[in-house]
Write a protein of this length. Sequence first.
Length: 196
Amino acid sequence: MPTPPYLMTGPNIAFWVLFGLFCLGEWATQFRSRMNRNGTRAERGGVLMVNVCEVGGQIVTFGLAQWHRADFVVGIWPAFGVGVGLMAAGIFIRDWSILTLGRFFTVDVRVHRNHTVVDSGPYRWVRHPSYTGLIMYNVGLGLALTNWAALAAMLLLPTVGLIVRIRSEERALVAQLGDDYRRFAGTRRRLLPGVW
């Protein structure tokens, strides 16, 4: 039996629209960031790691979604609905985070002249809210496919890339921004308030 996104019914349009918006948004973010080459590049390799893990995770996830032995047996439509909701919330939080950073946002870590630590918007709660949004989107995608193997792949593969990236990014930010970033980091968790 096909999982919900592959059934061509009304609710599935939301899944495919969100998937398309996410892909277009990520492409636009990469393009915009390439136009913003101001500042000193403070970290190397992290962008490639995140992109390989995210795209690889999606390829593996869609492949595993075809393995019907791992399909959810009950709760398919509730899982699909929660998944689509998480996809939308993740896109919103990621975009809000990027907009809040404004000119300081780049896909590779760059420190600009007069760079300050941003602690407004979603940065009031966590240090890396755009990554929190990305993880929410990924979990939502895995849930919406209503397949345990797809959910595990979409949670694990991209998250490994993000954790490596976060550690590298934070080392670079401490080196470049010093005590300002240390103070900021000391008052909030990385991805999930009160957890990590």
